[in-house]
Design a protein around this ligand. Structure first.
Ligand code: GDP
Length: 523
């Protein structure tokens, strides 16, 4: 029988070019799903479910195949959720991280921690998502392993625990030693590039190591590995699952080193579905009621259709095709007749999903990011964050008779997490906020194509935004009254302080110590 403990739902976080795509392909390959020419081909009976979603993609022009990838190995089902690889990312990326139980952080051995790695890591930290680190591209010249480990430890304030160790890098690369299982992964063939044999040893002092590695290699491995084992934290599963420690694996996604160890690590150490924060009480995966939340809504790329796919993470219960689920707080029950199930490796499972699985629900815009769906509408998941936008723009409507359409469009897109919208308390110049430039282009082209609203964007007199709150409502009211020209409401009516600079936020926060200025808001 399938239980929640058989599921590992995770995402890969990285900076562009670190090797996320390559690693994803290799995970699918090693995990038994064959990845060919950009398309995931699952084995055997999975075809039915696969063709279901392919059909939906064709009919509606929505690409969902790569949003969730599932593979199975040794009785464990792995759900890998894709986060867009583009440098400009929307809140979609962030919110996807609320739907996973753990993450793999890919780092380029030559570059170390890069800006986007760090940003995404901070999102994981908000929810204490445990991280396994994969230091990629050791087949090329990289920075010394110690330097990389120290950087992870210092920049991210995490304990690090090396689980494998590279024997040299680049031209001197001779293989990867598994410090836990005492196995040596060796390159093969004349080019000595791709993963070949795996040899078992009794330990680092095993004299047989000299039969495989060069004299220099053995010496280097012993010296470095002993220092590493002594100098860094021991592996502690509890500290890892609390998000305080990261086990580190070295490898080369391209040359297939360390991919197997990574899958094993996820199976062995990564947490199965966790209880999810909710009101009135957290929901455990073993709870028999079917519950889930929408973490992503993907709009149709074909403007003639208004269909959307809402991605729901199942949090508890056994979902069955055709089941009725009710969005909490708004709307009537909806019968989920044609869910897109990504995990179907066997035909008899194709109509069911379990906690940790993702279900794609086609709808006409009724389902919104952050919605809870459940059988009785008696629970609401919390903790899907909104992020302070980094780019603010004033929306300029070219045809003043289209105000209503514009508002609808801005609200819709805010719901999807494409952009945020702020309605100033004074004046009618609506302001939109995004975390990446690309979102501005998406916004304008969708306003035009889907909503037939011609609009322009102009610089806003503000640079950043903070959600404000206070324990004492009088404090908040007084703050808002005194700063009315800088106050706005988000689409849910929450008060937002618009600031001219990060410096101003600091300055104002100091003057109003009883008001909280939050860069993220939990929905
Ligand atoms: P993404 O942007 O993070 O998805 O990165 P990609 O997977 O597209 O990889 C970026 C580039 O790095 C591509 O040219 C890959 O072939 C290359 N690459 C990825 N992994 C490795 C590796 O382990 N070794 C080497 N030498 N190159 C790699």
């Amino acid at each position: 029988m399938t239980t929640p403990s058989d599921r590992r739902t995770f995402a890969i976080i990285s900076h562009p070019d670190a090797g996320k795509t390559t690693l994803t392909e290799k995970l699918l390959l090693f995990g038994g799903a064959i990845h060919l020419a950009g398309e995931v081909k699952a084995r055997g009976q999975a075809r039915r479910a696969r063709s279901d979603w392919m059909k939906i993609e064709q009919q509606r022009g929505i690409s969902v195949t790569s949003s969730v990838m599932t593979f199975e190995r040794a009785g464990i089902t792995f759900n890998l959720l894709d986060t867009p690889g583009h440098e400009d990312f929307s809140e979609d990326t962030y919110r996807t991280l609320t739907a996973v139980d753990s993450a793999v952080m890919v780092i380029d051995a030559a570059k170390g921690i890069e800006p986007q790695t760090r940003k995404l890591f901070e999102v994981c930290r908000l929810r204490s998502v445990p991280i396994i680190t994969f230091i990629n591209k050791v087949d090329r010249e990289g920075r010394p392993p110690f330097e990389l480990l120290d950087e992870v430890a210092d920049m991210l304030a995490l304990d690090v625990c090396p689980m494998t160790w590279p024997v040299g890098m680049g031209g001197q690369f001779e293989g990867i030693y598994d410090l836990v299982d005492n196995r040596l992964l060796l390159p093969q063939g004349d080019s000595r590039e791709f993963l070949g044999k795996v040899e078992q040893y009794r330990g680092l002092d095993d004299p047989d190591l000299a039969n495989t590695l060069s004299e220099e290699g053995v010496e280097r491995l012993r010296e470095e590995a002993e220092l590493a084992v002594a100098g860094y934290a021991d592996f502690d599963g509890e500290a890892y699952r609390a998000g305080d420690l990261t086990p580190v694996y070295f490898g080369s996604a391209l040359k297939e080193f360390g991919v197997d160890s990574l899958i094993d690590a996820i199976a062995r150490h990564a947490p199965p579905p966790r209880p999810q924060p909710a009101e009135p009480a957290p929901v455990a995966p073993g709870d028999p009621r079917v519950t889930g939340f929408i973490f992503k809504v993907q709009a149709n790329m074909d403007p003639n259709h208004r269909d959307r796919i809402a991605f729901m993470r199942l949090c508890s219960g056994t979902f069955k095709r055709g089941m009725k689920l009710t969005p909490t707080g708004h709307g009537k029950p909806i019968a989920v007749h044609s869910p897109i199930l990504f995990f179907a490796q066997q035909r008899e499972l194709a109509d069911e999903a379990f906690p940790g699985d993702i279900i794609g629900i086609p709808n006409h815009g009724t389902l919104r990011v952050g919605d809870t769906l459940s059988e009785k509408a008696d629970v609401r998941f919390t903790g899907l964050p909104n992020f302070a936008p980094e780019i603010l723009r004033r929306v300029q409507l070219k045809d003043p008779t289209k105000t209503k359409q514009l508002r609808k469009a801005l609200d819709d897109m805010a719901e999807e997490g494409v952009t945020q919208v702020f309605y100033p308390e004074i004046g009618s110049n609506w302001i939109i906020g995004v975390v990446g430039q690309l979102q501005l282009e998406v916004l304008l082209s969708r306003l035009d194509a889907e909503y037939k609203v011609a609009a322009g964007l102009e610089p806003a007199p503000f640079d950043t935004a903070r959600w404000v709150s206070a324990d004492d409502p009088a404090e908040l009211t007084s703050f808002m009254d005194l700063n009315r020209t800088s106050m706005a409401r988000d689409r849910d009516g929450n008060p937002v302080f618009l600031a001219k600079s990060a410096w101003e936020v600091g300055y104002v926060a100091e003057r109003y110590p009883k008001v909280t200025f939050a860069a993220t808001r939990e929905r």
